[in-house]
Design a protein around this ligand. Structure first.
Ligand SMILES: *Cc1c(COP(=O)(O)O)cnc(C)c1O
Length: 414
């Protein structure tokens, strides 16, 4: 095996507990495991999350949802009725968060997934599929409060987009508007005006959940918070307040926090208010769940003046000992970690070993001159203790999200 990912079950469980505490009394956690669990392996995570008492999972599309149903079904058969099991796995709700593609509706109904809808077209397609299957389907209505990606707009230049979909839901025989929610663009900003404006629009949308004859549609669940919103905290208070007034339950939708990462808290101007490790909020209570490891393929000594890798961008200034790793950008070890770009490193025997020259497609060279223990077959940490997804993200001028879901390696629970 060239490289592998170890997923810490105990850290995942501990992050779920920290998230529950931050979400506040009475809130339910919807664990976001889209994009194959942010690269952690959704099929590995789902049974652990369910066993930890999580009753809602979030995926991107119907295919991911079907895959999770299958994984949970198999898991349940292999463990029959263990004492931790909170119930049959079909009790677990799976929200399909990233739209409905043509042809998805039947699969959504068949696999008992919960779709996100925002147009009368979504309602019609699902209504037809639900009728074919003769099965009632709960749906969650998304409100666009400022992302302009998904969601019905509460009011835009006289376009009654939200009213139309609410009416379609009201007329539907087979669909039930179970949830209403929105997604925040800037939840990592403390008391940000963009978030305030989004919450105001969401409040107005709640007021518009009425039919033409004035009947009010009350959802069972409302939700808005992602990981950063839970860390920042003010939207959590707001949604609990609204939930109490509407007699709706509150869901929170953390993704990144489940995996032990978060964004730093920012001020309105993009300045860092609180680094991720500083006390306060949810972030410092989280622990990274993923460790990416490999073995040293070979070592060699080079003399001063020798060059390393494509473009010969690195020229040794002293005698060096190098270790060759069987991992490159094809595996998600990003080319920006090259010494000529981001100055990345890996961990060998608890010490930093700097990347030397350019990362290639399947190979990377690191400096082990000062690490006597480094030898052929020795274990190397590519991401984990001593080198985080945030470090990788800095080398690449991106965010930890993109690093985590870009890793391709075999995964196992530890
Ligand atoms: C991805 C996603 C989340 C999770 O966001 P994090 O920042 O990872 O916590 C929550 N809600 C929706 C709608 C999403 O698409």
């Amino acid at each position: 095996m060239k490289s592998w990912i170890e997923i810490s079950e105990s850290r995942l469980r501990s992050n779920v507990s920290a998230i529950r505490a931050a979400a506040g009394e009475g809130a339910n956690v919807l664990a976001v495991i889209k994009a194959d669990g942010y690269g952690h392996g959704a099929e590995l995570l789902a049974p652990v999350l369910v066993d930890a008492g999580v009753t809602w999972l979030g995926v991107a599309d119907a295919e991911e949802g079907a895959q999770i149903r299958r994984a949970l079904g198999q898991h349940d058969r292999t463990r029959a009725s263990t004492r931790h099991s909170p119930g049959p796995p079909h009790d677990v709700r799976i929200l399909v968060m990233c739209g409905i593609e043509p042809g998805d509706a039947d699969r959504i109904v068949e696999k008992r997934l919960t779709p996100v809808v925002w147009t009368p077209g979504h309602v019609q397609a699902l209504e037809a599929a639900a009728e074919r299957a003769r099965r009632r389907v709960a749906v969650h209505l998304e409100i666009d409060t400022g992302m302009a990606r998904q969601g019905a707009v509460p009011e835009s230049d006289g376009e009654p987009a939200l009213e139309r979909v609410v009416d379609a839901l009201h007329r539907s025989k087979w669909l039930r508007m179970e949830g209403v929610f929105s997604h925040l663009s800037s939840s990592e900003v403390r008391h940000g005006h963009k978030t305030a404006a989004q919450l105001e629009r969401l409040q107005r949308a709640f007021d518009l959940l009425k039919t033409e004859d004035g009947e009010v549609l009350l959802p069972e669940w409302i939700h808005v918070a992602n990981s950063s919103a839970l860390d920042e905290g003010s939207t959590t208070e707001w949604i609990h307040h609204i939930g109490a007034a509407m007699r709706a339950g509150v869901l929170v939708r953390p993704g990144l926090a489940l995996y032990g990462y978060c964004l730093g808290l920012e001020n309105e101007n993009g300045g860092l208010l609180r680094p991720v490790t500083a006390p306060g909020g949810l972030c410092p209570q989280l622990q990274p769940v993923l460790t990416w490891k490999t073995h040293i393929l070979a070592t060699r000594e080079i003399a001063p003046g020798q060059t390393v890798g494509y473009g010969a961008t690195f020229i040794a200034e002293r005698p060096m000992r190098l270790a060759l790793l069987p991992v490159g950008y094809a595996d998600g070890f990003r080319r920006e970690a090259s010494s000529s770009i981001g100055n990345g490193w890996v961990m060998v025997a608890g010490k930093r070993a700097a990347v030397v020259g350019r990362v290639s497609m399947n190979l990377t060279v690191v400096d082990v001159t000062e690490i006597a223990q480094a030898s052929e077959g020795g274990e190397v940490t590519l991401l984990g203790e001593g080198v985080t997804a945030e470090d990788h993200a800095r080398w690449c001028e991106t965010i930890s999200y993109e690093i985590l879901c870009g890793i391709r390696a075999e995964r196992r629970l530890v």
